[in-house]
Design a protein around this ligand. Sequence first.
Ligand code: FE
Length: 190
Amino acid sequence: MAARVRALETILTQKGLIDPAAIDVIVDTYETKVGPRNGARVVAKAWSDPAFADWLRRDATAAIVSLGYGGRQGEHMQAVFNSSDTHNMVVCTLCSCYPWSVLGLPPVWYKAPPYRSRAVIDPRSVLAEFGVELPADKAVRVWDSTAELRYLVIPERPAGTEGWDEERLAALVTRDSMIGTGLAREPEAT
Ligand code: FE
């Protein structure tokens, strides 16, 4: 794969279609500046501010941009809220569409064929392998990302966090909890 990417970059550069320096800036931005902490701040604000949570339900793209997180792979966002009766989980069965603007670069397993196929065929066993055991009566809803729409899971707020400020709450929000392959940390874990 690395050789194929290198070959493609060489051809595009030689044809004058891309500037390697610009590509380096983009890669560096997503490797070092944009990561899952952006999404964690979105979740913490949704937990703390009902008006923001409501905005996130109605127009996640605009609500997220209002916090300064926009751009590539985040142009069309939908927030899906976990609840006591439903757990949400995100996959891209076709390739690896992922909300870069809030979660950074996708983990390797997210791009792997086994996750992409099994997440839709048998989500509960995939969740179990991630250490997530859900009650049998809790529904699992799997969302298939596309080039047009990216999903952000809003995990349930852990009990025992009443009165916590957004910064403390954000520390409970893991990357996997926003993909739906994990849950938010319990307060005693921090
Ligand atoms: Fe995709």
